[in-house]
Ligand binder design. Structure first.
Ligand SMILES: Nc1ncnc2c1ncn2[C@@H]1O[C@H](COP(=O)(O)OP(=O)(O)OP(=O)(O)O)[C@@H](O)[C@H]1O
Length: 342
């Protein structure tokens, strides 16, 4: 198999809290190919953003330690100097953030913000940069590119701002886009439009996309592969079809059962009790999900949970998945799986 566009190998990203380092991303290995959307999913606090920011080395280096490898086109971005890294950001690897109003500069017009990246990474003349900026605004579906070119972020609607941010992200034809909750701040119809736009640009340019989201409907709509994270670790990974039709890990099954469907709304949604532990309190030994499924006996978890290939290309951490069942409020076993009850 050829080289991956992005290959993250045993990455740990640790933050300094009161003079000690705690891993928010713990020994994570994933790959992303060109022309592929890989979704990273999980509840709030499971390490998705910490992972996304690691790829572009956007963490505060004085309070963050990164171990492992982040190979982009075969080159380890962790070994690059800051100057070399600046050449990568925007040119090779771009980011799209959740809230464009905070990610965009409020004092600069949209046109100037697109041109900033073009003047840093290309030799285009002033006029060429303006033409390219308007062309990009047109490409992302902004109806009057020349007008928006001169507007400030606050003059645009949320959806238009997100389109402008996508225009900035793709200005220099990057091979990899990291989109961190790109539609979370938008209302549902606009969300769908932005996802369609992202998917069509990804297909047209053959880019790889890392899509960070907690929203499984977003994943089902656009992703090719899914990486489920829990408490800093990858706990399940596979194609979208595999994860949605044959979820194995109790956490993935619980996440899928938390999504409203016509049948689940009638039968009450399944709720995962508890929360992702805080970074300082994260159990570092054994199955990290154990505390949230206390009805599964201790002995059924692995002491050092590994990722097991359960179907070709479909991996699950810890053997507890073989023994897991849902239970109702009375403690009785129930078959609650949406996937299984289809
Ligand atoms: N700079 C930081 N310093 C210390 N702890 C941090 C830092 N950034 C994140 N954390 C902690 O690391 C853990 C993972 O956070 P992260 O933001 O990656 O989660 P997430 O899955 O992206 O959640 P969300 O969907 O809410 O953004 C959390 O416990 C968080 O509090």
């Amino acid at each position: 198999m050829g080289e991956h566009l992005l290959e993250i190998k045993n990455l740990s990203t640790s933050f300094k809290i009161k003079d000690k380092y705690y891993a928010a991303v713990d020994d994570v290995s994933i790959t992303v190919n060109s022309n592929e959307i890989v979704a990273i999913v999980g509840e709030s606090g499971c390490g998705k953003s910490a992972l996304a920011l690691s790829i572009n080395r956007l963490h505060n280096s004085e309070r963050t330690k990164m171990d492992g490898k982040i190979l982009y086109k075969g080159k380890d971005v962790l070994s690059l100097s800051n100057a070399q890294m600046n050449k990568y950001r925007g040119k090779e690897i771009s980011m799209i953030f959740q809230e464009p109003l905070t990610a965009l500069n409020p004092l600069m017009t949209i046109g100037k913000q697109i041109e900033e990246s073009l003047s840093y990474h290309t030799d285009l003349s002033k006029n060429q940069r303006k033409d390219r900026a308007c062309e990009l605004l047109d490409q992302v579906g902004i109806p009057k590119p020349e007008l928006t070119y001169k507007q400030f972020p606050h003059e645009l609607s949320g959806g238009m701002r997100q389109r402008a941010m996508i225009a900035i992200a793709i200005a220099c034809n990057p091979s990899l886009i990291i989109a961190d909750e790109p539609t979370t701040a938008l209302d549902v119809t606009i969300q769908a439009q932005i996802l369609d736009l992202l998917k069509s640009i990804q297909e047209a340019n053959g880019m790889g996309v890392v899509l960070i989201t907690h929203d499984l409907s977003v994943v089902a709509e656009v992703a090719d592969r899914v990486v489920v994270m829990y408490a800093g670790q990858v706990i399940e990974t596979g194609t979208v079809d595999e994860i949605f039709n044959r979820p194995q890990h109790p956490y993935t099954r619980s996440l899928l059962n938390s999504v409203p469907t016509t049948t689940s709304v009638q039968n009450r949604l399944h709720v995962i009790e508890g929360v992702v532990p805080s970074l300082v309190n994260l159990p570092r030994k054994g199955c990290r999900f154990k505390g949230r499924i206390p009805w599964i006996e201790d002995g059924l978890h692995e002491e050092t949970p590994e990722l097991h290939e359960v179907f070709p290309g479909h991996h699950v951490r810890c053997t507890c998945y073989k023994h897991f069942y849902f239970k109702n409020a009375e403690g009785e076993e129930i078959n609650h799986d949406i996937a299984q009850s289809k």
